[in-house]
Write a new protein. Structure first.
Length: 563
């Protein structure tokens, strides 16, 4: 008999087999102790053949702890076991999750083959089952890839109806996610984001299986980046991190998802954590080989090296990104600019713009082009690029673009001598960067504000703006920008130990929360990092300022006016 409302998190049946590993593995799964469940169930599978329900449990536990190969093997064995029972729908469901895992890891041939098997099994069963809805998901995704957003929306809608009819929350949420992405592609941004928010609510309230939760989070973060909604991406990242805290064994963030998290960390000024996530993404994406998202990870590593002034390492990472199929622009062009090769930078970014299609890529390239055109003295070229960036910002109406656009236009106006108009645009940009918590870009704007104040004869204000920028660049480790500020400033540089105790911007964030009386767990939740990372930052803070306790660190912070 088919079980129509079956979900990929089967309940635990009464303990009918006297086996410690099996029983303990089942209980560990109920308690969301994923690693222990995986170890116990795997051990039981070597002692005697597991029932298909227990093979499903093993497949899930292995997937959730990052053991992808073991998970695929267990899904395949569960599929075969259900076939032997004659339960075609449950066999098809196992094959679906196996196929999805393979496709997500870039194994397109095997994944497509298993999806074809799912289709055949569902057709052969001649039953009205929820698996029909699951099969609509990859079909709708293909429509999205082929730029048929309207067709994708309709297909996702049919899947949603099946999910609701069979009471399957995972299918309903995946369908809602797809409808949201389709609406965004159709230009209905607000409707699309509302649907994505609804899908994420189902994640954070624990209504969905952990596998589905991870898939939805990664897709939502990607969609937020497509519309430059950094604030929403940060909000949902923090919410999911809190959800994950109760499941310490969980590995919900896969390779490409780690890259997106790294990008958010870079923007928020957590450069050390961003590098850790990008490196972890490279490791996660190395098996199986030839996953295109590896190029995204190397590009992120290159960006961090470039911002720190580690130009040789940045060059190598950009080249590796290119080898993996990720166009290394605009980062490579900005690297050429930093190395004094402005004309080469202009040529590269112009070519990349000619080839770009999506708004996200074009906006980043246009912002870089403004900077490069100004460096070569082409104010009109910079003005044209800033104008195109303004058009993108108006079309997408996203907070990040509302910071990028006046930033670029303010730089053009300043170069053109319209200082008062430049100052108005730059203050608008600074406020926008501050509101979405992007310290590096906010500090870059303050340099331009300082220059504008100098031109207007307000030297005290100029010094304060440059001092503020200097402090941010020092904490971030942005060596090239720090050198620029020092060259522009009338005041001599102050030693790092006098201003911040030599602490990085992330360590300052942690210290600020220590002063507020927060525990390591609360700090980890607020900053969207692990408790292990918080503990490492706390030890680094103690070592740098020469204290041995949180109380002493608080006293030091107040005594030296670090905050």
């Amino acid at each position: 008999m088919l079980v129509h409302n079956y979900t990929p998190f089967p309940s635990v049946e009464p303990m009918t087999i006297s086996n410690d590993n099996l029983n303990q593995g089942r209980q560990a799964l109920v308690q969301m102790a994923w690693r222990d469940a995986c170890v116990r169930l795997s051990a039981a599978s070597h002692e005697f053949p597991l029932e298909p329900e227990d093979l499903e449990r093993l497949a899930m536990a292995a997937y959730l702890t990052g053991r992808d190969a073991e998970s695929s093997d267990a899904w395949e064995h569960a599929h075969q076991a259900f076939l032997r029972r004659g339960e075609l729908a449950r066999a098809a469901r196992c094959a679906f999750w196996l196929a999805l895992g393979l496709l997500m890891r870039g194994e397109m041939g095997r994944g497509s083959g298993w999806l074809a098997r799912v289709q055949r099994l569902v057709d052969d069963s001649q039953q009205d089952c929820v698996e029909h809805g699951y099969l609509l998901i990859p079909a709708a995704l293909r429509s999205l890839d082929e730029d048929d957003a309207a067709g994708a929306y309709e297909t996702f809608g049919r899947a949603s109806e099946i999910g609701e009819r069979f009471g399957d929350p995972d299918l309903a949420a995946l369908s809602r996610l797809g409808q949201g992405r389709s609406q965004i592609r159709l230009g209905k941004r607000d409707n699309g984001l509302t649907l994505l928010d609804e899908a994420m609510v189902a994640v954070t309230t624990g209504e969905l299986s952990p596998i589905t939760s991870g898939i939805i989070y990664c897709a939502v973060i990607l969609a937020c980046q497509e519309v430059f909604d950094l604030r929403r991406a940060q909000e949902w990242t923090a919410a999911l991190s809190r959800w994950c805290e109760s499941q310490p064994d969980l590995v919900p963030f896969r390779g490409q998802c780690l890259v997106h998290r790294s990008e958010l960390m870079l923007l928020r000024g957590a450069w050390s954590d961003a590098m850790d996530e990008a490196i972890r993404a490279c490791e996660r994406l190395s098996e199986p080989p030839n996953q295109p998202a590896v190029g995204m990870a190397y590009y992120q590593i290159a960006e961090l090296h470039r911002l720190r002034g580690e130009f040789g390492e940045a060059e190598e990472a950009y080249r590796r990104a290119n080898q993996w199929g990720r166009t290394p622009q605009p980062g490579m062009a900005l690297l050429r600019l930093a190395n004094g090769r402005a004309e080469a930078a202009k040529t590269s970014v112009s070519r990349a713009l000619d080839e770009s299609q999506d708004s996200v890529t074009r906006a980043k390239l246009l912002a870089a082009r403004v900077e490069i055109e100004l460096a070569v003295g082409d104010i009109e070229g910079a003005r044209a690029a800033a104008g195109m960036l303004s058009e993108v910002a108006a079309a997408l109406d996203a907070p990040t673009l509302h910071a990028m656009s006046p930033h670029a236009m303010g730089a053009v106006l300043l170069a053109d001598g319209d200082t008062r108009a430049a100052l108005a645009a730059l203050r608008l940009a600074w406020t926008a960067w501050q509101e979405i918590d992007v310290p590096y870009e906010a500090a870059r704007v303050r340099i331009l504000i300082g220059l504008a104040c100098q031109r207007l004869g307000d030297m005290d204000s100029a010094d304060m703006e440059l001092d503020a920028a200097r402090g941010v660049f020092r904490r971030l480790g942005a060596a090239p920008d720090l050198a620029r500020v020092e060259a522009l400033s009338r005041k001599p540089a102050t030693p790092a130990t006098k201003e911040t105790g030599g602490l990085t911007v992330r360590e300052m964030d942690v210290l600020r929360l220590i002063v507020a009386g927060k525990s390591n767990w609360e700090i980890a939740s607020a900053l969207v990092i692990s408790e292990h990372t918080v503990a490492r930052h706390v030890q680094n803070i103690f070592a740098k300022i020469g204290v041995g306790s949180r109380t002493a660190a608080v006293a030091f912070a107040f005594e030296h006016r670090l905050l």
